[in-house]
Design a protein around this ligand. Sequence first.
Ligand SMILES: Nc1nc2c(ncn2[C@@H]2O[C@H](COP(=O)(O)OP(=O)(O)OP(=O)(O)O)[C@@H](O)[C@H]2O)c(=O)[nH]1
Ligand SMILES: [Mg+2]
Length: 382
Amino acid sequence: MKACVIIPTYNERENISGLIELLINVFKSIKSHEMHILVVDDNSPDGTANAVKIYTRKYSNVHLITGEKNGLGSAYIRGFNHVKEEFDAVVMMDADFSHDPKKIPLFLEELRDFDFVIGSRYIDHGETPDWNLSRKIISRGGNFFARIVGGLYKVHDCTSGFRAIKTSLLKKVDFRYLSTKGYAFQITLLYELFMSGAKIKEIPIVFYDRRVGKSKLSKKDIIEFFLNSYRLRLRTGERFAKFTTIGFIGIIINTFLLWLLTMVFGIHYLVSGVIAIEVSILLNYIFNDLYTFSDNIDSTNYFGRMLKFNGVALYGFLINLSILYLLTAYTGLNYLVSNLAGIFAATIWNYFAVLDYTWRVKSVVYYTRKSIFSTIKVKTGS
Ligand SMILES: Nc1nc2c(ncn2[C@@H]2O[C@H](COP(=O)(O)OP(=O)(O)OP(=O)(O)O)[C@@H](O)[C@H]2O)c(=O)[nH]1
Ligand SMILES: [Mg+2]
């Protein structure tokens, strides 16, 4: 198998040579993969590219691509497009020694069982020893914001730049629609992979501050970071809106069928009710599969998903009925109002159940929980 370490650089002349040397050394201990390095330099004025060229001539596994400066995200996208056909995995890392190359073998090892491995500062044994309290609070705060607003709460370090990804997964992401150019790209990428059902694992890393060179993080990046978190969540909201619209059409079809079968065909209303429910569930499934979950990754098993959807919907129907009965019988609420409450609860249940169970757009994230009882390790997910 082949893996490529992708390093985006902008004015990293003082760092890049040492990092390449160190990486070449670490590669000696990696037997599972043929290792390569790709530096993506944005025509750095300090001549980073020239420093890299010394190594591209010396080693056949060191590569360089250059381009216009267009932010961290677009540098990574160019890097991914350059290697994704030829390699099985990519490792993303910064050029400034914040990420320890010696961790790379562990990343690759974890890729055997997972699709996406994140070097995390915020789980047990993860550290940021060089940061003072205010820097810690800012980073944690930003990260917390992205987790909650962006809907990525299962991942502890959404902004980490030290990651390993299977290229099979990268091929599923349509980068033309990844609008984030700067640092927010890290979150958008995580979100895309998360939603496409990646099996994610967080492993602890120690993050050191850069010793030489300047930070490239700009105010524009910070604004993009916050706006992007909202944008991601709105996209999840868009899915929910599609789902409820289809559900609403389903209720109309259901009511119409119930009327048609009972009044026109003279079928007993309970039998008509069962037929109407089943037909509307199936139509709901067909529309949701085409429209709401068109990005579903498990495209092979159409009828299996249909059965699962049926199961979820029937359970939702029971929730609806129970609430209708309980509220009407015990609180004296009007049965139509009780029914609305029932529909509301069932819709929420249906949505989350199909998201995790029927269409598998959400991933399972594995991590070690950072806790004061640091010896107790908790694994979540199934
Ligand atoms: N090609 C390219 N690389 C970039 C760009 N912006 C940042 N980088 C690189 O991305 C990596 C991370 O950037 P840093 O400036 O270290 O960001 P940071 O780690 O958040 O900031 P520090 O704490 O100061 O290190 C480094 O290798 C940078 O050289 C860019 O626009 N283009
Ligand atoms: Mg850095």
